[in-house]
Design a protein around this ligand. Structure first.
Ligand code: SAM
Length: 302
């Protein structure tokens, strides 16, 4: 392949944006990386090779896509902003292993995507500098899908990265930590300063690596109940589990009796706060609640 300049330098990025008369759209979370070292670190964290299919969200002007394409078998990238399509066609023209899908990742039919693009994939990894306004739904959609994803390397706000990787007993630990750690091991790979972006975001960023657990840490009777119980335990963080469970299930004497029985069975002190419970304990508790045939009241508003 002929030598060409990386996209992720301040000068080249400016030249590309000027050429297409583009201004970054804040509403789409557009903060472009202008530092090739950071991009290489992100790609390295993905541990990819020429057998890996990489899914990217939000290629922007192609800075990260390019670095991935140098190492991966192929990159399939979802971009919502139609203004960027001609740009990507231009900037990524030296690469033959990139496919851009013009779609909102949150509206994509991931099942159909899998059948169309991933049938022969040997190893699938997601790598993205996420649009920060939709970080959580994008991650949860991937995790709850059937896509055969080995790992995800994702740039996001540092505060969100801390929540995803938080351990019990810490302020950052909550239902999001549980929703993610149910499927994946989560660790912050490195912190990223604002200065590597144009325009610069208001907050600090971090790259997190989520790796599929080799073995499930908890196996529950009903996943939907497990996730609902975990959410309900954090509705009022400062309240005890006992309080939050009564808000979720009701305060009637027969319900309280069943709640007490479920807590006894799972050997969890009702005076504890949700934030102290491990994934395994939430698993035991949700199984016990299922056995007691307790029904949660309106969770619509949660
Ligand atoms: N990958 C580029 C980089 O690292 O410089 C750009 C990252 S920028 C933080 C986020 C990108 O996601 C933008 O290109 C934006 O247009 C795109 N985006 C925002 N919302 C999206 C969505 N719902 N689906 C797909 N792409 C989206």
């Amino acid at each position: 392949m002929e030598e060409h300049k990386d996209i992720a330098t301040p000068a080249r990025t400016k030249a590309i944006l000027d050429k297409y008369r583009l201004a970054a759209k804040k509403s789409l979370g557009q903060n472009f990386i202008v530092d090739t070292n950071i991009l290489e670190k992100i790609v390295d964290a993905g541990d990819i090779d020429d057998r890996t299919t990489v899914i990217e969200v939000g290629p922007g002007i192609g800075a990260l896509t390019e670095q991935i394409a140098k190492k991966a078998k192929e990159v399939i990238a979802f971009e919502i902003d139609d203004r960027l399509l001609p740009v990507l066609k231009d900037t990524l023209s030296p690469y033959e292993n990139i496919k851009i899908i013009h779609q909102d990742i949150l509206k994509a039919d991931l099942k159909a995507f899998e059948e169309t693009y991933l049938m022969d994939a040997e190893k699938v990894v997601v790598i993205a500098n996420l649009p920060y306004y939709v970080t959580t739904p994008i991650i949860l959609n991937f995790l709850e899908s059937t896509l055969p994803i080995d790992s995800l390397v994702l740039m996001m706000q540092k505060e969100v990265a801390n929540r995803l990787s938080a351990v019990p007993g810490t302020k950052a630990y909550g239902s999001l930590s549980i929703a993610v750690q149910y499927y994946m091991d989560a660790e912050v790979a490195f912190i990223v300063p604002k200065t590597v972006f144009t325009p610069q975001p208001n907050v600090e960023s971090a790259v997190i690596k989520l790796t599929r657990k080799k073995e499930a840490e908890v196996i529950v009777k009903d996943e939907a109940v497990f996730f609902k119980v975990a959410r309900s335990a954090f509705v009022q963080r400062r309240k005890t589990l006992w309080n939050n469970l009564q808000v979720a299930y009701g305060k009637e004497p027969e319900i309280r009796e069943k709640l007490q029985a479920a807590l006894d069975q799972s050997e969890i002190d009702p005076k504890r706060r949700g934030e102290t419970l491990s994934l395994k304990e939430f698993g035991k508790l949700s199984d016990a609640l299922v056995e007691q045939e307790l029904q949660m009241i309106d969770i619509q508003s949660r």
